[in-house]
Design a protein around this ligand. Structure first.
Ligand SMILES: *Cc1c(COP(=O)(O)O)cnc(C)c1O
Length: 436
């Protein structure tokens, strides 16, 4: 965390709202990534959002590069998504009985995501990864899970070991409360490291239920897999009979309609989804090959359930979002916007003599204040957090809202324009000019 106090331009209403929340909610927030803990200071409280903009309680407008940490690829309050939500809510908000719209969403997911032949809807990304792990263990009859340092898979006990995202930002990669039993079957390896993968499968042949990873990492900042890493993972798991799980909660429907697995042409056995699939409502999903998913209750014996799973309002938002992504794919546009933003931020930092790396896939990107390329958590951890905090607050002061941690990826969406990207690059230039 930054050692120096940073001058932060947070308005009086946001500050008052935070003081109130601090007496009611742990740390004043309902999810730790929101607390600005990695950059020092108190968070902005948001009143509303539209297109690429957030508006805070003090009436200030920000160009938004977090997109609710991933879901808002179509921009905030997209009229067709809002209409779908309203229409659905008018017909009742939960039935506890199946609806046709759930099959419609399942069809869209199965059509888009290569590894998914059957899919179960849940309420969050955390539920999706927790359930996928249980299914992988149930199907293989094995206990061990392999994960990678700095990857984040939600707050599942067995996966909250060397975790990324807020766990990394706030210095608790291994949370108190996770028992030795819960974490004991989790093997943590460095990302992009093939030798450690090979030796793990040698040492634990026939013991690994699943390997779970972010196929492009967003949760230690944006870290890109090497082509060999993904290919080797696929090969080793196939040979050993372990289930390969791509956690595409962040990358699904963002890097392409079929996620990272489509982009890289590597098909896992199971996939977890969240964020975009719910169109800004609480919804997640896990799916995979029919031969695996047929073991899930009531088709099979592996228990997984949810009172609000397949919630009609969330499903309506998901269907509207995926329909719009299918009918008018934004991915080429997002790629060109991303290239422009990456080039511009990199030039601005280079011109100011600041050591940096811009790492990006499509509309996921991180500006690392780091002299060396970031391939894994050890590299990411060498980044200059103080520099990041100054960059963050410099941009906030200029109306640009970046993720409040060096270890998160930024996102943009379809409603961001070239002009807004250029304004962002200018804001970064001005921030770096004030560095002195
Ligand atoms: C956000 C995220 C999760 C957790 O999803 P929640 O909906 O926050 O529970 C899991 N995996 C990845 C890769 C994520 O980015």
């Amino acid at each position: 965390m930054p050692s120096t106090a940073v001058n932060h331009p947070v308005g009086p209403r946001s500050q008052a709202a935070f003081s109130r929340a601090l007496n009611l909610i742990p740390g004043g927030v309902n999810s730790p990534a929101r607390a600005f803990g990695g950059v020092g200071g108190s968070p902005l409280f948001i009143e509303r959002a539209a297109g690429p903009y957030l508006f805070d309680l003090d009436g200030r407008r920000y160009l938004d590069f977090i997109g609710s940490w991933g879901p808002m690829i179509l921009g905030h309050a997209h009229p067709e998504v809002i209409e779908a939500i309203q229409r659905s809510a008018e017909r009742g908000t939960s039935f506890g009985a199946p609806t046709e719209a759930e099959s419609e969403l399942a069809e869209r997911i199965i059509r888009a995501v290569p590894s998914v032949e059957r899919v179960r809807l849940v309420n969050s990304g955390t539920e999706a990864t927790m359930s996928a792990i249980r299914v992988a263990r149930g199907v293989t009859g094995r206990d061990k899970i392999v994960k990678f340092a700095g990857n984040y898979h939600g707050h599942v006990d067995s996966l909250l070991v060397s975790a990324g995202s807020a766990a990394a930002t706030l210095g608790v990669p291994d949370s108190p409360g996770v028992t030795a039993g819960a974490g004991g079957d989790t093997i943590v390896l460095p990302y992009n490291d093939i030798p450690s993968l090979v030796s793990t499968f040698d040492r634990h042949a026939g013991e690994v239920a699943a390997v779970i990873l972010e196929p492009v990492v967003g949760n230690m900042g944006c870290v890109i897999p090497t082509a060999d890493f993904l290919r080797e993972l696929r090969e080793l798991t196939r040979r050993d009979g372990a289930v390969l799980i791509f956690d595409e909660v962040m990358t699904g429907f963002r890097l392409s309609l079929g996620g990272a697995q489509s982009l890289y042409g590597v098909t896992p056995d199971m996939t977890t989804l969240g964020k975009i699939v719910g169109g800004g409502m609480p919804l997640g999903a896990y799916g995979g090959k029919e031969e695996i998913m047929r073991h899930v209750l009531p088709a099979g014996k592996i228990f997984q359930a949810g009172t609000l799973s397949g919630n009609p309002v969330a499903v309506a938002a998901g269907n509207a979002t995926l329909r719009l992504l299918e009918s008018d794919p934004p991915y080429d546009y997002l790629e060109s916007l991303g290239q422009r933003l990456a080039d511009g931020l990199s030039a601005a930092a280079a011109d100011a003599g600041i050591a940096h790396q811009v790492q990006r896939v499509g509309s996921m990107m991180t500006l690392f204040f780091n002299a060396c390329p970031v391939l894994n958590w050890r590299d990411a951890d060498l980044s200059d957090r103080d520099a990041f905090a100054r960059y963050f607050w410099g941009l906030i002061g200029r109306g640009v809202y970046m993720p409040c941690s060096q270890f998160e990826a930024l996102f943009f969406g379809k409603t961001h324009t070239i002009e807004q990207v250029d304004e962002t690059i200018d804001a970064a230039r001005q921030t770096f000019a004030d560095w002195g």
